[in-house]
Design a protein around this ligand. Structure first.
Ligand code: ZN
Ligand code: MN
Length: 481
């Protein structure tokens, strides 16, 4: 029997607002002593009242708009009731029937390079829980994270493989980083995934029982747990067995899914409208304003680089992948002004080639790069006008990278200016011919390749400063005599 995996995902994204969702506590809890960023509201003290964080609403709208959702102006927060030691109130303030965003989509790239559309069912806003720290045979509670704004993004069951799930989560992380609303760091828990997976019998078209895999906190565990669970369910079904509706966890060390508990339905949470908060009605003018101020997103940016800048799909992808890199690249393009010889394509070569190499080698982030956009343009111009050759340009760029100085001063200081003077190159060519009688004889006997060696000797004699084309030309002229 053959099966088609049917997968839906729920991703929780922690927003990077200054304060928490319903109180003024600092929402940045990373590396902070336990229970130092708490107050009566996020500790769940009786009588303490929540106040909605406007910035968190704005960030959620940005995510919803980036996912092509319909924004719902009329919102109601709801209580999701359940008991757990990291949940001080005994309920989580979330959204249920009336979430902020409904019905969107996101396009991902699949393995064969084809785009695929994943529909988004809803995006809602809620509060995070605290954390339990397990020590030997007891547990401690840290409530610094309790009340941090958390966005939940739910897809339709449009994902059909572990690779597609991986591509989807990668795209989500890229979007929230582009929007600047979350670090998207799965390793630090700023993005957490849950998977709903069942197998459809290809012969009958019947969907199987859904299994939930919870708390996946790395890209690798998303991919591996899905691949494992597909195989497990197929084996059970092929053997005539039955899939139970359960919640599983992913055991990273053993690389298997493990049973956590029988699945409970939404009824178990006894949702009801949050009585401490009035319904939230958003001003359409404000929604419009948030929409207008969205940054250009990666897909349209990539398309623009191809159409306006003449970059290949691959080059455009490399430069648009990260917002800070794209911003640097565009600042260099903008600095060209009327210098038409410095094309966006040439700049792309320098940025994704030599500049990326320096970033990696020196361990520097693009935001810390000292090279001024106009200086990179000037360097490319100097190469175009044959004032310096490629190796000298690379050497110059290295110094520019470390010091932030303009190229011309560095070139003069290091004596890197290319020798393009015909008289000077002729003299060097004559000397090289005199010093290398054997290769010269070989060349004259018809072994064309020997010329490369002789050009190399000219480069060596000029300490790399000769213009290679002119050096070859001078050698040919002298060899014909
Ligand atoms: Zn608080
Ligand atoms: Mn949730």
């Amino acid at each position: 029997m053959t099966y088609q995996p049917i997968i839906g995902m729920e991703v929780h994204v922690e927003l990077n607002t200054h304060s928490k969702m319903f109180c003024g506590c600092n929402a940045d809890f990373f590396g902070v002593p336990p229970n130092t960023r708490v107050c009566p509201v996020c500790l769940g003290m009786p009588g303490a009242l929540p106040v909605i964080n406007q910035r968190a609403i704005e960030y959620t709208l940005m995510i919803g708009l980036a996912l092509n959702c319909e924004i719902q102006p009329h919102n109601v927060f709801a209580r999701k009731n359940y008991f757990y030691p990291d949940l001080p109130k005994g309920y989580q303030i979330s959204q249920y029937e009336l979430p902020l965003c409904l019905g969107g989509y996101v396009d991902i790239e699949t393995g064969d390079g084809q785009p695929k559309r994943i529909r988004i069912r809803r995006v809602h806003l809620e509060e995070d829980t605290g954390k339990l720290v397990h020590v030997n045979n007891y547990s401690l509670v840290d409530l610094n994270r309790a009340g941090v704004p958390l966005v939940e993004i739910v897809t339709e069951a449009d994902i059909h493989s572990a690779e597609e799930a991986y591509a989807y989560v990668s795209k989500l992380r890229q979007l929230v980083r582009y929007l600047g609303v979350s670090s998207g760091d799965m390793e630090k828990g700023a993005m957490r995934c849950e998977v709903n997976l069942s197998l459809m019998d290809m012969a009958t078209g019947k969907w199987g029982t859904k299994v939930e895999i919870k708390n996946l906190n790395s890209f690798r565990s998303v991919r591996n747990s899905i691949a494992y669970e597909i195989e497990r369910q197929a084996k059970v079904l092929s053997g005539g067995g039955v899939i139970e509706q359960v919640t599983m966890g992913w055991d990273e060390n053993r690389s298997i899914t493990v049973l956590q508990r029988a699945k409970e339905g939404d009824t178990g949470y006894r949702y009801f409208p949050e009585p401490d908060l009035p319904p939230l009605d958003l001003d359409p003018a404000w929604i419009e304003q948030v929409s207008i101020s969205l940054p250009e997103l990666p897909d349209p940016k990539l398309a623009r680089y191809v159409s306006d800048y003449g970059l290949s799909q691959k080059e455009a992808k490399i430069l648009s992948e990260d917002r800070a890199i794209a911003a640097y690249y565009e600042s260099v393009v903008a600095a060209t002004g009327d210098k038409t010889t410095v094309t966006p394509k040439l700049i792309s070569n320098w940025v994704s080639g030599e500049l990326f190499r320096l970033l990696g080698e020196r361990g520097v982030e693009i935001g810390e790069v000292k090279i001024k956009p106009e200086d990179l343009v000037a360097l490319i111009e100097l190469v175009n006008s044959n004032a310096i050759n490629q190796p000298a340009a690379k050497q110059t760029l290295g110094v520019m990278f470390d010091t932030g100085r303009p190229p011309l001063a560095i070139i003069e200081e290091l004596g890197l200016r290319q020798i393009s003077d015909a008289g000077e190159l002729t003299a060097v060519a004559q000397q090289v011919i005199a010093d290398n009688p054997d290769p010269v004889a070989q060349f004259r006997a018809g072994k064309e390749a020997t010329l490369k060696f002789l050009v190399g000797q000219v480069m060596k004699a000029t300490r790399g400063k000769a213009n290679p084309q002119l050096a070859e030309q001078a050698l040919r002229e002298q060899l014909q005599q």
